[in-house]
Design a protein around this ligand. Structure first.
Ligand code: COA
Length: 381
């Protein structure tokens, strides 16, 4: 097979996708019960300080608030016991020996194998692997290189992180690799263990995230049989700096012991500001991107949006379409999986695409910390 030349950019296709969700599920009721026990324990422990005004009493959480404010009903997690233990509020994930597969590698292998089966490929036919996600469990060696070896994939592999937009940025990187001739078949994996960065003792955000891993395979179109997959008509990325979603965890934390373990070393957000600032940015990016391809919103059969907040998705879809979207037009997976960071829009795509007819158009659109927004226009083949 000859590599495409730069003069004629090769058409690319998403030829397969996969999803791994850990079997353990936490309902809103279970999560709120554990959180409220934590609150009771905290408030009785610090009762005197609360009475003298030295500390503020913590407020309980509520399931009806969670569902109304976010649309989330439950979430899958890698470990349930640790999260629900009011004395711990963090998943139990035992250290593994260096010779064992890492947790993210295992999740990626499960999702990746599904994507290979979907695309009808053997692992050895993949010649680039990108692990694109919000949190990597170690700096090096790259998780992508570990997965590449564990599954027997060829070529090269690397990790990247653009928070909730990691998967769409990864898809653009995959398209670029194919169009520049450095790869023919790229696997983009998003093993998101969001329960590891979530502060389960924070009432404002304890309900937001869940764990999952997605996989997509991007190939040169000429290698994919007619009628299979989705042609990538174009990708568009946008970043705009903001501190409204931030996590200060990092390798320099040890430089100041007083900051270690503080809440800013986990996910922190100004949710309302994010909602207000990001929604219009996303809607206009989708509109501009469609326009640059001679398309309009009414041409879209489906929007596979990032899954952070149901109300936010409804607002974005309304701004894009000029009317309310149906769940058929903008499917929701948030109720079952919560926010799985970069995996969310890909889960929506994976679970809601088999009914599309040849020629149908859709967008995968992610948004999140950075801010970062990624849009991918697809046409069913
Ligand atoms: N249970 C009960 N009440 C709660 C609560 C909880 N768990 N958490 C907050 N509240 C209360 C607040 O104290 C506040 O009370 P007040 O009105 O008396 O002050 C009220 O509910 C509203 O809180 P607010 O934080 O303004 O809620 P919201 O409607 O903005 O919803 C989010 C919160 C996080 C669900 C929402 O802002 C969001 O999803 N934003 C987008 C975030 C996003 O996309 N992030 C991307 C991350 S990848």
């Amino acid at each position: 097979m000859t590599a495409p030349t730069s003069q004629a950019l090769a058409a690319t296709v998403i030829s397969g996708s996969g999803l791994y969700a850990p079997p353990a599920v936490i309902s809103n009721e279970e999560l709120v019960e554990s959180f409220n026990t934590y609150v009771e324990l905290h408030n009785s422990r610090y009762q005197k300080d609360i009475e003298t005004g030295e500390r503020t009493a913590l407020q309980p959480s509520a399931t009806d608030f969670i569902e109304k404010a976010s649309g989330i009903k439950r979430r899958h997690v890698v470990n349930k016991e640790g999260v629900l233990d009011p004395h711990r509020m963090f998943p139990i994930i035992p250290d593994r020996h260096n010779d064992e597969p890492s947790v993210q590698c295992e999740m990626a292998m499960a999702a990746g194998q599904q994507a290979l089966d979907d695309a009808g490929l053997a692992a050895s036919q993949i010649d680039a692997v990108i692990v694109a996600c919000s949190n990597l469990q170690r700096p090096y060696p790259a998780v992508a290189v570990e997965v590449q070896a564990a599954m027997g994939m060829a070529g090269f592999a690397y990790d990247m992180n653009v928070a909730c937009s990691s998967a769409t940025f990864g898809i653009q990187a995959a398209v670029n690799a194919i169009q520049s001739g450095s790869a023919r078949a790229v696997m983009v994996l998003s093993p998101e263990i969001c329960s590891g960065h979530l502060n389960f003792t924070d009432r404002d955000s304890h309900f937001i995230f869940g764990d999952a891993c997605t996989a997509v395979i991007v190939q040169a179109a000429e290698d994919v049989k007619a009628g299979q997959g989705f042609e990538v008509l174009g990708t568009r990325l946008k970043t705009q700096y903001s501190n409204n979603i931030r996590n200060n965890f990092g390798f320099l934390n040890r430089g100041d012991e007083s900051g270690m373990g503080k809440p800013d070393k986990m996910f922190v957000q100004q949710g309302r500001k994010v909602f207000k600032e990001v929604s219009p940015l996303v809607a206009s990016l989708i509109g501009d991107h469609l326009q640059s391809h001679g398309l309009v919103a009414t041409d879209l059969r489906r929007m596979w949006l990032h899954q952070a907040n149901l109300n936010m998705n409804q607002l974005i879809a309304r701004r894009v379409l000029g009317r309310d979207a149906t769940v058929d037009e903008a499917p929701v997976i948030l109720d079952e999986y919560a926010n799985t960071s970069s995996a969310g829009s890909i889960i929506a795509f994976h679970q809601h695409q088999s009914d599309l007819a040849p020629g149908d158009l859709g967008v995968i659109c992610s948004f999140g910390a950075g801010y970062s927004i990624g849009n991918v226009i697809l046409r069913k083949r």
